[in-house]
Design a protein around this ligand. Sequence first.
Ligand code: FES
Ligand code: FES
Length: 163
Amino acid sequence: MSKKLVSMKVNGQTVEAAVEPRTLLVHFLREQLQLTGAHIGCETSHCGACTVDIDGRSVKACTHLAVQCDGAEVVTVEGLAQKGVLHAVQEGFYKEHGLQCGFCTPGMLMRAYRFLQENPNPTEEEIRAGMSGNLCRCTGYQNIVKAVQYAAAKLQQPAEQAA
Ligand code: FES
Ligand code: FES
């Protein structure tokens, strides 16, 4: 199958690569770019383990072809921490024990990252609804909700207090 050249920004860096038209974004990220944070759980858009951010929206990377992302801005979990400082959602999952095995965590973090930009001051119910496309088999979700609440509070703080 003839390959297509794609160009996209991934975690702030421009990436150009030749991909087969059938290559899923999640495979492109993991196998061609070695960004293995996006996990593959179901490959049928149910679990959310592969969630990344594309042009300001949460997207399950198993539902997109890499060629569909030509020209897009993609953020993966590897792009959340800046200069060694965890993003508030990462800190929240760490502080509130929002994970056990960690398999769902990259997708949870990426969904929480976008969700809190969509709704910076959510209720618990809104958090549960906003995160409902991401499944976890371990935590029972309570600590995931707490982690998102922690991150929401941290993101509301003025920059000097949040540091
Ligand atoms: S692997 Fe993409 S939603 Fe499950
Ligand atoms: S922490 Fe194990 S699947 Fe979520």
